[in-house]
Design a protein around this ligand. Structure first.
Ligand SMILES: Cc1ncc(C[n+]2csc(CCOP(=O)(O)OP(=O)(O)O)c2C)c(N)n1
Length: 545
C-alpha cells in the first residue's frame, strides 16, 4: 500500500499514543494539517504564538509523563518555539517539536525562512533529524519519541521538508521503541540502605522525575518506611504532603541561609530524580564539603547511580531496615528540626501595604477554596514566592513550573492543564510581566472553553529584576517599570471573566468567583511593589541613611 508521507506521519503519531498536538500553522506543513483533518485520534490545539504552543506541549508532557507534541512552521515559527525546546531540556521533559521546512531542492540557498535546525537546536535538543526521504518517516518518529524519553528526558526536533510530506511511500508504521528502565544493582541498593540505616540526619532531595503518581507513592513509602525527611527540589514542592512531619521544605530560588545551613547538616543526602542544578543546590553550596551524597538519576553523565529514580526509591524503601533502627531518636529530632523550620516559614501573617495588595492575600485565599487535587501553574517571577512559602501542597496537588525560569509559561501551561484535566480546577499565578508575554493564549482558552483561573500580580514592574537592581545598584531603577492595561477589562474583551482586586479584603471573594466561573477567569490584583517578594520589602532593602 502506498500513502502520502504526511498520512504515514499521522499514523505513526497515533501508533505512539499521541492524542493531542499544539501548533501554529504554516504553509510549510500544510500536508500534515490536511492529513489531520479526518483523524479523530489527535486533537489539534491552535495557539496564538509558537512560544505559547511550545509551553502547552511542555505542560502537557509534565502532566502526562509522555512526550509533548508541537508543530510549528519553519524559520520564524521554529525560532519562536525555541523557548520551549530550551525549557524541555532544562526541565528534563520529553518533547517532540515538528518543524515544516523548505523544499529539499532549495537547501543551503538561504531560501525563504530557511534555517539549519541542526545548528540552531544543536545545543538544546537531544536529537535533531531532517527527514529527507518520506520512506524514513516511521524510523524518524520512532527515534524522536524514543530519544525524548530515554535516559534524561528532553526535547527532540523533527524537520519536515514541505515536498517530502507529499512523497508517495510504501513504508509501514513502526511501533514505539521500548524505553529502557535502568535498575540499580541489588548490591548498590543494599549499600545505600546500610548507609541510610546508619545515618542520624539523612534527607532525600526529590526532583522532577518523581512527579508521576508512582514517584510520589514511592517517595512517601521510602520516607515513612525509613523515617527519612523529604526535601523538594526547586519547584517540586507538590511531590510530598507539605504538612507531613517528614516534609523537609523546598530548596527554592535564594532559599533562606538558615535553611541551607540546616540541609548542610544532613549526614546523608539522597538526591533522587533531580540534577541538583544551581537553584536546588543553592549555587552549588549543597552538598557541602564533606557531606555524603547518594545521587540517583537515569543517566551516568549526571549521577554515579544511573538508574530509574522511581524504581530506585521503591527498591530502597523495601531494602532499608524499618524505623526501629538504633538512631530512631536522633532521626525524629532531625525530622522535627527540618519540618519545624519549614512550618515556621510557612506561617502567613497578614500584612497590609500602602501601595497595593500584598500578593500573599490572594495566594492564601486559595487555601481551602481549591480541592486537594487542583493543578497550579506558575509563570516565572517573584509573585510565585508566596505560593511556595505559604501554600500547603497536599501531595496530590500538581505544581507546574519552569525550572529553567522562563517567563510566559503561566497562561499557556494553564490552557494545556485545563484541556488535559477538564474536571480539575487549574490556577495559574502570573506576573504582569509574564502575563503580557503570552497572556494572549487566553484566546485559546476561550476557543476551547478551558476552565482556568489566572491570578495576575499587577505591581507595575518586572519585580524580580527590580529586586536584583535594588540589591546591586540601589536606587538606580532602569527598564523594570511597566505600564499596564486594565487586565480585567482585557480579559473581558476576550470573553473571559475579569475581576479586579484593589484591597486585600476583596481577595477571597474574587478567588471564589473566579473558581466558580464556567470558563477562563482573570483576577487583576493591584499588588504592592513595596512588598516585592514573600521575603523582603523595598524599604528593607534600601541602604541605611
Ligand atoms: C522569557 C524571559 N525573559 C526574561 C527573563 C528575566 N526575568 C526573570 S523574572 C523577570 C521579571 C518578572 O516580572 P513579573 O512577571 O512582573 O513578575 P514579578 O517578578 O514582578 O513578580 C524577568 C524579566 C526571564 N526569566 N524569562
Amino acid at each position: 500500500m502506498t500513502r502520502r508521507a504526511a498520512d504515514l506521519l499521522v499514523d505513526c503519531l497515533v501508533a505512539h499514543g499521541v492524542d493531542r498536538g499544539f501548533c501554529v500553522p504554516g504553509a510549510s506543513y500544510l500536508a500534515v494539517l490536511d492529513a489531520l483533518v479526518d483523524r479523530t485520534e489527535i486533537a489539534v490545539v491552535v495557539a496564538r504564538h509558537e512560544g505559547g504552543a511550545g509551553f502547552m506541549g511542555v505542560a502537557d508532557a509534565k502532566l502526562t509523563m509522555r512526550p509533548g507534541v508541537v508543530f510549528v512552521s519553519r524559520g520564524p515559527g521554529a525560532t519562536n518555539a525555541s523557548i520551549a525546546v530550551h525549557v524541555a531540556q532544562q526541565d528534563a521533559v520529553p518533547f517532540v517539536l515538528f518543524i515544516g521546512q523548505i523544499e529539499r531542492k532549495d537547501v543551503h540557498r538561504r531560501a525563504f525562512q530557511e534555517v539549519d535546525y541542526r545548528q540552531t537546536f544543536g545545543d538544546m535538543a537531544k536529537h535533531v533529524e531532517v527527514v529527507t526521504d518520506g520512506e524514513r518517516v516511521p524510523e524518524a518518529i520512532r527515534r524522536a519519541f524514543h530519544l525524548a524519553q530515554a535516559g534524561t528526558p528532553g526535547p527532540t526536533v523533527v524537520v519536515l521538508p514541505e515536498d517530502m510530506l507529499l512523497d508517495e511511500v510504501e513504508a509501514e508504521v513502526l511501533a514505539p521503541k521500548p524505553v529502557a528502565v535502568a535498575h540499580a544493582d541489588a548490591g548498590v541498593i543494599a549499600e545505600v540502605a546500610a548507609r541510610l540505616a546508619a545515618a542520624e540526619r539523612p534527607a532525600v532531595i526529590a526532583g522532577g522525575l518523581m512527579r508521576g503518581a508512582d514517584g510520589r507513592a514511592a517517595l512517601l513509602e521510602l520516607a515513612e518506611a525509613t523515617d527519612t525527611p523529604v526535601i523538594a527540589a526547586f519547584k517540586q514542592q507538590d511531590l510530598f504532603p507539605n504538612t507531613h512531619r517528614l516534609f523537609g521544605g523546598h530548596l527554592g530560588y535564594m532559599a533562606p541561609d538558615e535553611q541551607v545551613r540546616l540541609v548542610g547538616e544532613a549526614d546523608l543526602l539522597i538526591a533522587i530524580g533531580t540534577r541538583l542544578g544551581d537553584v536546588t543546590s543553592q549555587g552549588y553550596r549543597l552538598p557541602m564539603a564533606g557531606q555524603e551524597l547518594v545521587h540517583v538519576y537515569p543517566d551516568p553523565e549526571t549521577a554515579p547511580i544511573a538508574a530509574d529514580p522511581v524504581a530506585f526509591a521503591r527498591a530502597l524503601a523495601k531494602a532499608a531496615p524499618r524505623r526501629s533502627n538504633t538512631n530512631a531518636e536522633a532521626r525524629a529530632r532531625w525530622a522535627e528540626r527540618l519540618h519545624g523550620r519549614h512550618a515556621r516559614l510557612a506561617v502567613w501573617t497578614p500584612v497590609e501595604a500602602k501601595d497595593g495588595v500584598v500578593f500573599g492575600h490572594p495566594t492564601v485565599a486559595l487555601i481551602g477554596r481549591v480541592p486537594g487535587d487542583a493543578i497550579f501553574v506558575l509563570d516565572a517571577g517573584n509573585f510565585s514566592g508566596w505560593l511556595h512559602r505559604h501554600f500547603p501542597f497536599s501531595g496530590r496537588h500538581r505544581l507546574l513550573g519552569v525550572v529553567a525560569g522562563a517567563m510566559g509559561f503561566g497562561m499557556p501551561g494553564a490552557v494545556a492543564a485545563a484541556l488535559r484535566y477538564p474536571g480539575t480546577p487549574v490556577v495559574a499565578l502570573i506576573g504582569d510581566g509574564g502575563f503580557l508575554m503570552t497572556g494572549t493564549e487566553l484566546a485559546t482558552a476561550i476557543r476551547h472553553k478551558a476552565r482556568l483561573v489566572a491570578i495576575v500580580s499587577n505591581n507595575g514592574s518586572y519585580g524580580t529584576i527590580r529586586q536584583h537592581q535594588e540589591k546591586h545598584y540601589p536606587g538606580r531603577v532602569k527598564a523594570t517599570e511597566l505600564a499596564n492595561p486594565d487586565f480585567a477589562a482585557f480579559a473581558r474583551s476576550f470573553g473571559a471573566v475579569g475581576i479586579t482586586v484593589s484591597t486585600s479584603a476583596e481577595a477571597p471573594a474574587a478567588v471564589a468567583a473566579a473558581l466558580a466561573a464556567d470558563g477562563p477567569a482573570v483576577i487583576d490584583v493591584r499588588s504592592s511593589l513595596e512588598h516585592i517578594s514573600a521575603f523582603t520589602t523595598l524599604s528593607a532593602m534600601a541602604p541605611a541613611k
